[in-house]
Ligand binder design. Structure first.
Ligand SMILES: NC(=O)c1ccc[n+]([C@@H]2O[C@H](COP(=O)([O-])OP(=O)(O)OC[C@H]3O[C@@H](n4cnc5c(N)ncnc54)[C@H](O)[C@@H]3O)[C@@H](O)[C@H]2O)c1
Length: 428
């Protein structure tokens, strides 16, 4: 049983490593000058995105190799190892003794002599994994979201500060921030192309997502881990898991985060026990410090004929912008329309190129704060919809609701929490 994951309270109390310890011991890796040394990468969480991240990371710059892998499940680990060996070829160098499974696997990968770790598990585990990686002076690529509740988000903000002190580089899987079209559009918005932003809209409205039938041999914990999407302690609900991307774009545009939210949501279609206790739709009204409001909608529905919509828009005093279309449309007489016409890049690779370049040149990059704020924005929306009440940012961030069970054991009883009912569910 894994120490950090087995006791949430213990993890929340863990004292950060004293500032400067790593620098004093020379443990932080700044030795990869000019691409001359191989950067050794460890992958934690070997599912779909983990395999993608391992490929993207190792092809993003010369001399980057995958050398260690870990997954809570051995079958996932073995399957990913076989697949990645075939895809990565000479970028793959994962020996038998650098493959780890179980709840401790992440510590073993981090302690296996790697320079950089890719954290690609379900997001509920991100705070303890980020914390251990920073304690052990590793550079990090972390998938989004980075938390599922207030305590997890607070922990991430502490880890952000600690990584800054140690000059550790952290890049997050909010890949739009590394996408040429978004960057060019955002630059113009920040330069005032549409004036002051007065409202926003963003959506992650999509079709169905995978769901696993329970196998008889699976314990409660194994079932929830394999079907992680449907449990808030692992996934945060789909508003957190997916919609964080679009909410992050609006935070980026406004260079802020909401101060409060009010919203609706529920389960209209996914009502069976195989869907755990998450909602299948949300509609949230966010208020930002400037007074502007953001309308956000997210939905997962099995009817593929329903229109999907994963877009981000802002309107300002001088015009409007649709980020995902890279266009700026000033009002009549207030400027020229603009649309990004350049060559777009591959953002899933670029985020790793940027990370590796910062590691090798000794420059510093740390995206943990922005991705935590994007994550917290989504958590705030979930809390507003679950409770049916207006929820303030500070109230959500300072919430004492630890969604992770206080102890994890393979044979534990882990009942599915009740589905939230607005008006009855309270914020703690
Ligand atoms: N940036 C993007 O566009 C993007 C796209 C897809 C997924 N993601 C993110 O990547 C993460 C993983 O998603 P996925 O689609 O790969 O899911 P997945 O289910 O395919 O993979 C998750 C893997 O993590 C493993 N795992 C679970 N708990 C673990 C633990 N405690 N220790 C080690 N391994 C553990 C699982 O066994 C599984 O193999 C999610 O946070 C998701 O939001 C990001």
């Amino acid at each position: 049983m894994n120490e950090s994951l087995s006791s949430r309270r213990a993890f929340l109390k863990t004292t950060a490593v004293a500032a400067g310890t790593a620098l004093a011991t020379g443990a932080v890796s700044h030795v990869h000058a000019a691409g001359s040394d191989t950067i050794k990468v460890g992958l934690i969480g070997c599912g779909g995105r983990g395999r993608g991240a391992a490929d993207d990371c190792t092809k993003s710059a010369p001399n980057v190799k995958l050398v260690a892998m870990g997954d809570v499940f051995e079958d996932r680990l073995k399957d990913a190892r076989t697949k990645l060996k075939g895809i990565l070829n000479d970028r793959f160098d994962v020996k038998d003794d650098k493959c780890f499974s179980g709840l401790d696997a992440y510590k073993q990968v981090i302690d296996s002599g790697v320079d950089l770790v890719c954290l690609c598990t379900p997001p509920g585990f991100r705070p303890p994994m980020l914390e251990y990686a920073v304690q052990k002076n590793k550079h990090i690529f972390t998938e989004k979201p980075v938390a599922v509740d207030g305590p997890g988000a607070r922990k991430c903000l502490e880890i952000y500060e600690e990584a800054n002190k140690k000059k550790l580089c952290i890049v997050a899987g909010t890949q739009r921030r590394h996408q040429t079209g978004y960057l060019e559009t955002m630059k113009r918005i920040h330069d005032g192309a549409i004036g002051e932003i007065t409202s926003g809209r963003c959506y992650w409205v999509q079709g169905p997502i995978w769901v696993y039938k329970r196998e008889e041999k699976w314990t409660d914990l194994e079932y929830q881990l394999r079907n992680w999407y449907y449990y808030v302690w692992l996934c945060g609900d789909h508003i957190v898991e997916q919609h964080v991307h679009n909410l992050d774009v609006i935070n980026w545009a406004t260079q802020s985060h909401p101060v409060r939210a009010f919203g609706l949501g529920g389960r209209s279609e996914r009502t069976g026990p195989e869907f755990g206790h998450i909602f299948d739709h949300f509609a949230i009204d966010y208020e930002y410090p400037s007074g502007m409001h953001l309308t956000s909608m997210s939905r997962q529905n099995s009817n593929r004929n329903l229109r999907s919509n994963t877009t981000e828009h802002v309107t300002g005093t001088k015009g409007a912008c649709q980020f995902d279309r890279y266009n700026i449309r000033p009002y009549k007489g207030l400027g020229e329309a603009w649309k990004f016409g350049g060559k777009d890049n591959a953002p899933y690779v670029q985020e790793h190129t940027d990370l590796i370049e910062h590691i090798r040149t000794g420059k510093h990059i740390n995206e943990l704060k922005t991705v935590t704020e994007g994550t917290m924005t989504a958590i705030l929306g979930r809390m507003a919809a679950y409770t049916g009440d207006v929820v303030e940012w500070d109230q959500a961030l300072n919430s004492q609701e630890n969604t992770m069970p206080s102890k994890l054991a393979w044979d534990m009883s882990l009942p599915t929490p009740s589905v939230a009912i607005p008006g009855r569910t309270k914020l703690t």
